[in-house]
Design a protein around this ligand. Structure first.
Ligand code: MSP
Length: 509
C-alpha cells in the first residue's frame, strides 16, 4: 500500500554487547523511519534481538548464567544504546517473545503442510559463531568457516530440511523481474550468480540444542536460529494474528542488513516466503563494514568501537552524522578519530553551525531578534538551488544514499555561507537606506535555517530540534508533512529568534 513504510534492522545476537556495526544499521534505519514519517507516511520501524541458538547458550555457560539470564541482561545494553542514540523504533522484538515463538511454529507447520519441509539426516559442518551450516563441497578441503575463518564442528544428525532447491528457478525469475530487490547493484549481481549456481536444501533444525524453539510435534528438535530469526520480520507485522497490520505494512517491507548476512535475507528468506505463498519484501539493502583505524575490528585486537564511548565524548549527533556522511551506504568504511574530528569540524562546526550562529547573531545585533517577512523577499538563485537540492535529496533518500543526500543539503549550507559573505549584512546595517534589503537578506537566511532544520532532522534529530527552537518554528515538526514545508514562502510571518549557543563547538584534534 502506498503511504506505508516498514523498515527493519537485523535482530542482534545478545552473546555480546553492541558495537559500532550494530549502531550503524540501526542509525540508518532510524534515518529512514524519520524521513518517511516526515513525508506523512505510516511507518513501522522494528529492531530487536536474536536470542536463541548454540552461540547464545555457550556464551551463557561461559558467563555462569542460564541463557535466559544472559539474554535478559544483554538485551538491556541494546535497549539503552538505542535510547541514547535517539533511535525511534516502534517495535523492539525479542525472539524469546511468546508471540514470536508461536509465529515461528505456525510458519514451520505451514511450510510442512505445503510439502516444503521434510525429515532427513544432516551430515556436514557447522560454524557456531556464524550459526551456519557448511557442506564439504563449499569448504574446498579447509575445515574452517569460509565466512569468519574459525574452526567448524562436525555434525551428523537427524534434521528437518527446507526444500530450498525448489526455489532456484522461481527466485531467479523474481530477481529478473525486480532488479532493485537487492541493493546495491554489486550485491544484486553477487546474489544472482549465487542463485544461478543452484540452491541446495537447507537444514532447519538441530538436535541437542536445547536453547531454541521446539519443532512442533517433535520437541527433541529445535528450529535453526536463522529460520527462527528471519521470521521476526513477519511477527512484527502481525502475521497470522493481525490482518490489517499485515496488509498495511508487509508489502512495503525494507530490510537493512550487513553484507555478511545478505544471503540469508536475499536467498533463504525470499524462498521461505515464496514457499508460504507470501509476497516478497520490497527491498533488501546490504551495507558495508567498518574497519577501525584501518584494521578489522575484533575483540582480540581490543579495537572494538563502543558507541556509548563515542557519544559520551563527542555527542550523539556528531556520531550519527559521521556514520551517515563518511561512507557511501553500501561500501566499506574506516572509523578513525582523526577522520571523525576533521569531518565534524569541517562540516558541522565551520559550515553548518557557523552559518546558523552568524545568522542568529546578526539578527540579534541588527534587529533585536525579530525579522518580519518582508515584501519581495523572493530570490531566483535561492529558489532554483532549493528546488534542485530537494529533488536530488529525495531521489538519494529513495535509494538509501544517505551520504549523497547530505551532500545535497550541504550545498544549501555552502550557498548560505557564501551569500552571507557576499551580501555582508554588517555593511548594509550601516546604511539606513538599505534597511529593507537587510531584512530580506536576514529573512532568507533564517528561512534557509528553517529548511535546513527539517532536512537534517532525520539525521540529527536533537540538533535539528534545537535549531528550529532557536528559530522559534519548532512546531513545524508537529506537522504531518514537514518536508512539504521546505519551500520559500512557507516560513512564519515573523521570525522571533532565541539567543544562540553554538550548535557544534569545534573539537580539539
Ligand atoms: N542475528 C543475526 C541477524 C538476524 S536478522 C534476522 C546477526 N546478528 S549480529 O549481532 O551478528 O549482527 C550483526 C550485524 O552487525 C550484521 O548486519 C553485520 O553486518 C553488522 N556488523 C558486524 N560487524 C560490523 C562492522 N564492523 N561494520 C558494520 N557492520 C557490522 O547477524
Amino acid at each position: 500500500m502506498d503511504g506505508s513504510f516498514y523498515i527493519t534492522t537485523p535482530i542482534y545476537y545478545v552473546n555480546d554487547v553492541p558495537h559500532i556495526g550494530h549502531a550503524y544499521t540501526t542509525c540508518a534505519a532510524d534515518v529512514l523511519a524519520r524521513f518517511h514519517r516526515m513525508k506523512g507516511e505510516r511507518v513501522l520501524f522494528s529492531t530487536g534481538t536474536d536470542e536463541h541458538g548454540q552461540k547464545i547458550a555457550r556464551a551463557a555457560q561461559d558467563a555462569g548464567l542460564t541463557p535466559q539470564e544472559l539474554v535478559d541482561r544483554v538485551v538491556l545494553r541494546f535497549q539503552d544504546l538505542w535510547k541514547r542514540m535517539h533511535i525511534s523504533h516502534d517495535v523492539f522484538i525479542r525472539t524469546t517473545d511468546p508471540e514470536h515463538e508461536r509465529t515461528v511454529q505456525s510458519f514451520f507447520l505451514l511450510l510442512k503442510e505445503k510439502g516444503y519441509i521434510y525429515k532427513g539426516e544432516y551430515e556436514g559442518w557447522y560454524c557456531v559463531p556464524c550459526e551456519t551450516f557448511w557442506t564439504e563441497a563449499q569448504l574446498e578441503g579447509r575445515l574452517v568457516c569460509p565466512d569468519c575463518g574459525r574452526p567448524l564442528e562436525r555434525l551428523r544428525e537427524e534434521s528437518y530440511f527446507f526444500a530450498l532447491s525448489k526455489f532456484t528457478e522461481p527466485l531467479l525469475r523474481y530477481l529478473d523481474e525486480h532488479p532493485d530487490f537487492v541493493m546495491p547493484e554489486s550485491r544484486f549481481n553477487e546474489i544472482y550468480s549465487f542463485v544461478k549456481g543452484g540452491l541446495k536444501d537447507q537444514s532447519i533444525s538441530r538436535l541437542g540444542v536445547r536453547w531454541g524453539i521446539p519443532v512442533p510435534g517433535d520437541p527433541d528438535h529445535t528450529i535453526y536460529v536463522w529460520f527462527d530469526a528471519l521470521i521476526n520480520h513477519l511477527t512484527v507485522v502481525g502475521f497470522g494474528r493481525d490482518r490489517e497490520l499485515f496488509e498495511t505494512f508487509w508489502p512495503s517491507a525494507h530490510h537493512l542488513v550487513g553484507k555478511d548476512i545478505l544471503r540469508f535475507h536475499a536467498v533463504l528468506w525470499p524462498s521461505m516466503l515464496l514457499a508460504a505463498g507470501l509476497p516478497l519484501p520490497r527491498r533488501v539493502f546490504a551495507h558495508g563494514w567498518w574497519t577501525v583505524e584501518g584494521e578489522k575490528m575484533s575483540k582480540s585486537k581490543g579495537n572494538v568501537v563502543d558507541p556509548l564511548e563515542v557519544i559520551a565524548r563527542f555527542g550523539v549527533d556528531r556520531f550519527r552524522y559521521f556514520l551517515m556522511r563518511e561512507v557511501s551506504f553500501g561500501l566499506d568504511g574506516d572509523f578513525s578519530e582523526r577522520a571523525f574530528v576533521e569531518r565534524s569540524n569541517a562540516d558541522l562546526s565551520d559550515n553548518f553551525g557557523n552559518l546558523i550562529h552568524r545568522t542568529l547573531n546578526m539578527v540579534w545585533k541588527y534587529r533585536s531578534g525579530r525579522v518580519a517577512k518582508p515584501s519581495r523577499y523572493e530570490d531566483r538563485e535561492w529558489e532554483e538551488l532549493l528546488q534542485e537540492v530537494r529533488e536530488r535529496f529525495f531521489a538519494f533518500m529513495d535509494r538509501f544514499a544517505f551520504s549523497q543526500a547530505l551532500g545535497e543539503v550541504w550545498r544549501l549550507v555552502h550557498f548560505g555561507n557564501r551569500y552571507l559573505d557576499q551580501r555582508a549584512p554588517w555593511r548594509m546595517a550601516k546604511d539606513p537606506g538599505l534597511g529593507e534589503e537587510l531584512d530580506r537578506v536576514l529573512y532568507r537566511l533564517l528561512d534557509c535555517g528553517r529548511i535546513l532544520g527539517v532536512f537534517v532532522f532525520p539525521f540529527m534529530p536533537e540538533t535539528a530540534t534545537r535549531l528550529l527552537q532557536y528559530l522559534g518554528v519548532e512546531e513545524i515538526l508537529e506537522d504531518c508533512n514537514p518536508l512539504a514545508l521546505c519551500d520559500w514562502g512557507k516560513g512564519p510571518s515573523v521570525f522571533s529568534v532565541a539567543q544562540p549557543e553554538p550548535l557544534f563547538p569545534r573539537l580539539q584534534g
